[in-house]
Design a protein around this ligand. Structure first.
Ligand code: NDP
Length: 279
């Protein structure tokens, strides 16, 4: 029997990237899935990929909506309950970075960008989780939040607001993990390192930009020690592990780093100690 048989999973941001891979994996492993995003065409692509792997159409609910609107969030929860009758797994994955078109960073970046990034990466997570709470308590379900290694402890001068949104998300994960575990609901997170997705294009860079970055990072051990940039399935597998109570029941309120070793290296390691000593 597939490990998520009989479960219902709602995966936000499943019209692309990590969310898409996660929704496909859950569906292939037996779950009924609600998939969502603003882009109807890309959401349909996710649905078709799920169906291609032999999942019945009755196991997929696609909801096109903007997650920053509470009306959209209500629609998402209500239609999931109406169609599938329950909710077992909530994956708060939708998110973005929001960079400045003029290249301003740190404190120079306009505070309206701070508002935008907090709106989707943090506020919508809080309100959607509030709306999902009673159904997750009924099912004694799981929440998996998608954080990032930009949450810290390293500084993020180029994407400060994005980093701040993910630090806040980590505190949210820890706090609600403790308030919900007495009700049987487990909350955890994954903190991906660099993963090839649509996120670089979504913040205004041309197609192929992430692949260009990936090629550079993969060839610099101080960027990705494993020498291989992450793929969406690498993160989907961690999300599925955290949503699978049989495998991860003793993990509460943690954020599991999956980054090819990126956060373990310091700049000094970028330089060859033996070559320096020999010079
Ligand atoms: P993508 O851009 O590929 O996917 C982002 C998803 O979020 C899309 O499905 C997009 O849907 C959805 N989304 C964004 N804004 C909204 C909104 N207002 N309403 C509804 N849906 C929205 O990026 P990733 O897969 O990379 O990002 C997924 C998560 O992973 C994010 O939280 C990101 O911060 C995190 N992450 C990514 C890393 C990476 O290197 N890629 C590293 C660490 C963390 P649509 O455009 O259809 O609205």
């Amino acid at each position: 029997m597939a490990r998520f048989n009989g479960k219902v999973a709602l995966v936000t941001g499943s019209s692309n990237g990590i969310g898409r891979a996660t929704a496909i994996l859950f569906a292939q492993e037996g779950a009924k899935v609600t998939i969502t995003g603003r882009n109807a065409q890309r959401l349909e692509e996710t649905k078709q990929e799920i169906l291609k792997s032999g999942v019945p159409e009755s196991h997929v609910l696609a909801v096109v909506t903007d997650l920053t609107s509470e009306k959209g969030q209500d629609e998402l929860i209500d239609s999931t309950i109406q169609i599938f009758g329950r909710l077992d797994i909530l994956v708060n994955n939708a998110g973005t970075a929001v960079t400045d078109a003029q290249g301003r960073t740190g404190l120079d970046q306009d505070v309206s960008d701070f508002d935008k990034v907090m709106q989707i990466n943090m506020r919508s997570v809080v309100t959607l989780t509030q709306k999902a709470k009673k159904y997750l308590i009924e099912s004694k379900g799981e929440i998996v939040n998608v954080s990032s290694i930009v949450a810290g402890p390293q500084s993020q001068p180029e994407m400060m607001y994005y980093g701040m949104s993910k630090s806040a998300l980590d505190q949210f994960t820890r706090s609600i993990a403790i308030s919900l575990i007495p009700h049987g609901v487990r909350v955890n997170a994954v903190s991906p390192g660099y993963v090839v997705t649509g996120i670089v294009e979504s913040i205004g860079f041309p197609p192929g930009s992430f692949e260009k970055l990936a090629a550079y990072w993969e060839s610099h051990k101080e960027c990705i020690p494993s020498g291989k940039i992450g793929r969406t399935i690498d993160i989907a597998n961690v999300i599925a592990f955290l949503a699978d109570r049989k495998l991860s029941s003793y993990i509460i309120g943690q954020s599991i780093v999956a980054d090819g070793g990126s956060t373990l290296v310091m700049g000094i390691q970028a330089h060859d100690m033996m070559a320096i000593l020999a010079s």
